[in-house]
Design a protein around this ligand. Structure first.
Ligand code: GDP
Ligand code: MG
Length: 163
């Protein structure tokens, strides 16, 4: 019946993934991991955040001691912003990422993305939204009308490392 169907049916969600500057060269492998996990990439863009934009993206952490270091890191190179869609996409992507600290990830979840491609607790390869609400805000940040981040288009690319 309808009740049972609704209970068994998982929710289709959208989440905002981001491949951080430290893992940019491994973007292909990370994109591959998304696709292999039955998640769908709906939008993807490459850009570079200014310090102000990185500060805005992580504003929720502005009082934390690691904030200045995080903002410097997040504006240090190109990133890939990705809209992922799928069943339980938020939790599924966070699970693929593994623990926040890449060193912890290597101890506890050696197959996770942060274990394989990250370095420490700041440079941890990739981001994933933690709720429906943050997913909406973050997707709007990268893909909304007031989209943020310098364009890194092919014809006039000052970021591309493959010159
Ligand atoms: P996430 O949701 O797993 O990415 O973790 P948080 O939302 O708590 O933190 C955002 C980002 O800040 C993390 O992905 C790390 O890059 C960085 N970060 C979080 N906690 C720490 C910390 O204790 N020390 C340092 N240096 N960086 C941190
Ligand atoms: Mg977070």
């Amino acid at each position: 019946d309808t009740f049972t169907r609704n209970r068994l049916q998982k929710k289709t969600e959208r989440t905002c993934a981001m491949i951080k500057p430290d893992a940019f060269l491994n973007a292909g492998k990370i994109v591959n991991a998304i696709v292999r996990s039955n998640l769908r990439i709906n939008q993807l863009r490459m850009c570079k955040l200014t310090q102000q934009e990185a500060a805005q993206f992580y504003a929720v952490h502005s009082e934390r001691p690691f904030y200045p270091k995080l903002v410097d890191f997040m504006s240090s190179g190109p990133i890939l912003a990705i809209e992922i869609v799928g069943e339980d996409a938020i939790a599924k992507w966070r699970s693929l990422l593994g623990p926040t600290n890449s060193e912890t990830a290597r101890a506890e979840r050696p197959d996770s993305i942060r274990a394989k491609f990250g370095t420490d607790n700041t440079m941890n390869a990739a981001h994933g939204s933690d709720s429906d609400e943050t997913a909406t805000t973050e997707l709007d940040f990268f893909f909304g009308s007031g989209r943020v981040g310098q364009c890194a288009n092919l014809s006039d690319c000052t970021l591309c490392i493959i010159k």
